[in-house]
Write a protein that binds this ligand. Structure first.
Ligand SMILES: Cc1cc2nc3c(=O)[nH]c(=O)nc-3n(C[C@H](O)[C@H](O)[C@H](O)COP(=O)(O)OP(=O)(O)OC[C@H]3O[C@@H](n4cnc5c(N)ncnc54)[C@H](O)[C@@H]3O)c2cc1C
Length: 524
C-alpha cells in the first residue's frame, strides 16, 4: 500500500471528531485532525450527555472530567402555563452504564478535556486553522486539500477520512448524499448565563409548555445555566436575537443584569434530518455531519459520540487486516437506524413542547395531567436509543443480542472499580463459568486474535482472581440470569453481539463472529 501521512484523517475537531480521534489514537493508529478555526469554539451548544456517552467518554480517558467537572442533571419537570406539572422525571444518578442517566456539563470544558487527552497521545496530531476545501478518493488512499489562515495549501493523505465537520459538512457534500428531512424546524433563543450568587434550582431542569412562549431552564454544568425561548408568531429572528430580548425574557426567571452575566445569546434553528448515505469509498461521516435533531431529548452530541464508538472498533479491525472495508457498511446500517429513532423521538417531544395553539395546548395539558394522575410517565426516562437490529450481530443471538450491556463496579483481587477500568475495553466474553472449558481450540484462538477478554462473574462475596471478577453491585449475575444467558459476547462499543444459552453456543457464537468478519474480509 502507498505510504500515507496518516491512518485516519478527521475533518472537524468538535466533540465527535475529538472522541473518534482519541479512540483511534489510543489504539495506536496515526490520526490527524484538521479544523478550520485556529481556536476551539468557546460557547456551549450541548448541555448534557447520557449514561452511554459518559461511558464512552470515560473510555476515551477523560474520567476526571466526566466525574469531576459535571453534575447529575437530576430532576426534569414539564409545566403548563399555569404551573401545573405535566411530566416529572427523576433522572437516576446511576444509570445503565453506571454514570447518571443524564450528566450536565459545560461543553467548552468537555472539549478542553478531550484536547488535553489528545495531547497525551503521541500518534495524534491536531492541525487547527486548516479548512478542508478539496478531497480525492484514489481507491487505495484519500487525499485532502486544506487551506491555512494565510492562504497556504497543503495536501494530506490517509487510509481513511472521516468528516466530523458539523451541520454544513464539506465531506458530506463530497459523499454526495441526499438528506432525509422530517421538516421540523423551530427557532429558539439560547441564553447562556453565569449567576453572581449560587442559587438552588428545583427542579434542576424545567420545561414551561406555555403556548404564549415555550421556554426552558436547564443546568449547563457546574456554575452555568441555560435558558431557552422559542420564537413565536409575529416575531422575527432579528427581533428575538438581541441582548435586550434576552434580558427581557430572562426576567421571567428573575435573571437580570444585577444578578447574572449573560455569556452569550444566539438563535438556533433546530432541524430534524439525516444523511441517506454516510459513506463513499474511503470517506465517511459522523456526528452532526450525518444527522441533525432538535435538542429536546439531548441526543445530538450523544448520537455523534455513539457514532465514534461504533466506527472506532470497526476501523481498528479493518486497519489490522482482520476485516475488510465492508465492515464499515455495518457502521452505517447500525448507526443510521439508531439515529432515526433519536431524531424522531426528538421531533415528537418538540411537537408537544413547541405547541403554540392555546386550544391544542389545553388538550395536551388535560391528557398529560390525567396520565400523571394515573401514575404514567413519572418513572425513569425511557432510554432514547433503540437496540441494534441487524448489522454485525449474531443471528439468533438471543434476547440480549443488539442491546447495550450494563456497567457496574466489580472487584478482582485487590482491585475494585468500574468494569471498563478493571477489565479494560475491547471484545468481552462475560460468563457465569470459565468459558475455556466449552470453547474449542479454533474458537478460543479466534477470540484471542481479536483481543477478547474472557471474564467470569462470581457473586459479590466470592473470591475473584485471574479471569474472575466479583459482582459487587449485584448487577451482572441478575442481568445474565434474567435473559437465561450463561454468557454474553460484548462488542468494543458495549453492545451485545450475542448470548450463550447452552454450552455448545460458546464456540458457535465465536464462530459466527469469525464468519461474519471473514465474510466481510472476503467481500473486499
Ligand atoms: C442549543 C443546542 C443545544 C444542544 N443540546 C444538546 C445536549 O444537551 N446534548 C446533546 O447530546 N446534544 C445537544 N446538542 C447537539 C450538539 O451540540 C451537537 O450535536 C454537537 O455539538 C455536534 O458535534 P460535532 O462534533 O458533530 O460537530 P461540531 O461541534 O459542529 O464540530 C464540527 C467542527 O468541524 C469544523 N469544520 C467544519 N467544516 C470544516 C472544514 N471544511 N474544514 C475544517 N474544519 C471544518 C468546525 O470548525 C467544527 O469545529 C445541542 C445543540 C444545540 C444547537
Amino acid at each position: 500500500m502507498r505510504e500515507v501521512d496518516t491512518d485516519v484523517l478527521i475533518v472537524g475537531d468538535g466533540p465527535v471528531g475529538q472522541t473518534l480521534a482519541v479512540l483511534m489514537a489510543q489504539r495506536g493508529w496515526a490520526v490527524t485532525v484538521v479544523d478550520r478555526w485556529p481556536q476551539p469554539y468557546t460557547m456551549s451548544r450541548a448541555v448534557a450527555f447520557d449514561s452511554e456517552a459518559a461511558r464512552i467518554l470515560s473510555a476515551a480517558g477523560i474520567t476526571d472530567f466526566v466525574s469531576g467537572e459535571t453534575e447529575p442533571s437530576g430532576r426534569y419537570v414539564w409545566q403548563n402555563a399555569e404551573g401545573k406539572i405535566l411530566l416529572d422525571i427523576q433522572g437516576s444518578p446511576k444509570g445503565w452504564c453506571h454514570w447518571p442517566d443524564s450528566t450536565s456539563m459545560y461543553q467548552p470544558g468537555l472539549e478542553g478535556a478531550l484536547t488535553d487527552r489528545g495531547k497525551q497521545l503521541p500518534t495524534l496530531r491536531v492541525l487547527r486553522g486548516q479548512e478542508a476545501v478539496d478531497v480525492a478518493d484514489h481507491g487505495s488512499h484519500v487525499e485532502l486539500t486544506c487551506v491555512g489562515s494565510t492562504g497556504e495549501r497543503q495536501v494530506l493523505s490517509a487510509r481513511w477520512l472521516v468528516g466530523c465537520d458539523g451541520a454544513n459538512s464539506f465531506v458530506r457534500g463530497r459523499i454526495g448524499t441526499g438528506m432525509r428531512d422530517l421538516r421540523f424546524s423551530r427557532d429558539w433563543l439560547i441564553c447562556d448565563v453565569v449567576l453572581d450568587e449560587p442559587r438552588t434550582f428545583d427542579p434542576n431542569n424545567l420545561q414551561i409548555c406555555d403556548p404564549a412562549r415555550p421556554r426552558t431552564e436547564a443546568s449547563a454544568g457546574p456554575g452555568h445555566r441555560r435558558w431557552e425561548f422559542m420564537r413565536v408568531e409575529g416575531e422575527s429572528v432579528d427581533e428575538l436575537d438581541t441582548v435586550e430580548s434576552a434580558w427581557r425574557l430572562l426576567k421571567l426567571f428573575d435573571i437580570t443584569p444585577d444578578n447574572a452575566t449573560l455569556l452569550r445569546h444566539a438563535v438556533y434553528s433546530f432541524q430534524a434530518k439525516w444523511a441517506e448515505s454516510w459513506r463513499s469509498g474511503r470517506m465517511l461521516i459522523a456526528g452532526d455531519a450525518a444527522h441533525l435533531m432538535p435538542p429536546f431529548a439531548g441526543q445530538g452530541m450523544c448520537s455523534g459520540i455513539r457514532d465514534a464508538a461504533n466506527l472506532a472498533w470497526k476501523l481498528d479491525l479493518l486497519l489490522r487486516g482482520q476485516a475488510a472495508d465492508a465492515v464499515l457498511d455495518t457502521y452505517v446500517s447500525e448507526r443510521v437506524k439508531h439515529v432515526q429513532h433519536a431524531v424522531r423521538m426528538s421531533v415528537d417531544l418538540g411537537k408537544v413542547i413547541c405547541q403554540l395553539d392555546p386550544a391544542a395546548a389545553a388538550d395536551r395539558d388535560t391528557v398529560m395531567i390525567a396520565a400523571r394522575e394515573r401514575g404514567v410517565g413519572t418513572g425513569a426516562p425511557q432510554a432514547p436509543v433503540h437496540p441494534l437490529r441487524g448489522g454485525l450481530l449474531c443471528s439468533g443471538g438471543g434476547r440480549l443480542a443488539g442491546k447495550l450491556s450494563p456497567q457496574a463496579r466489580i472487584r478482582r483481587g485487590a482491585e475494585a472499580g468500574l468494569f471498563d477500568d478493571v477489565v479494560g475495553t475491547g471484545f468481552v466474553l462475560l460468563s457465569v463459568e470459565d468459558p475455556r472449558q466449552f470453547l474449542d481450540a479454533d474458537a478460543l484462538a479466534f477470540l484471542e486474535s481479536v483481543g477478547t477478554r474472557l471474564v467470569t462473574v462470581v457473586p459479590a462475596d466470592a473470591t475473584a482472581s485471574g479471569d474472575a471478577v466479583a459482582d459487587v453491585e449485584d448487577v451482572y449475575l441478575p442481568y445474565l440470569a434474567g435473559a437465561e444467558a450463561r454468557a454474553v459476547l460484548v462488542r468494543p462499543d458495549y453492545y451485545v453481539f450475542g448470548q450463550v444459552t447452552n454450552a455448545e453456543d460458546y464456540s458457535a457464537l465465536a464462530g459466527d463472529l469469525r464468519q461474519q468478519i471473514s465474510a466481510l474480509t472476503m467481500a473486499s
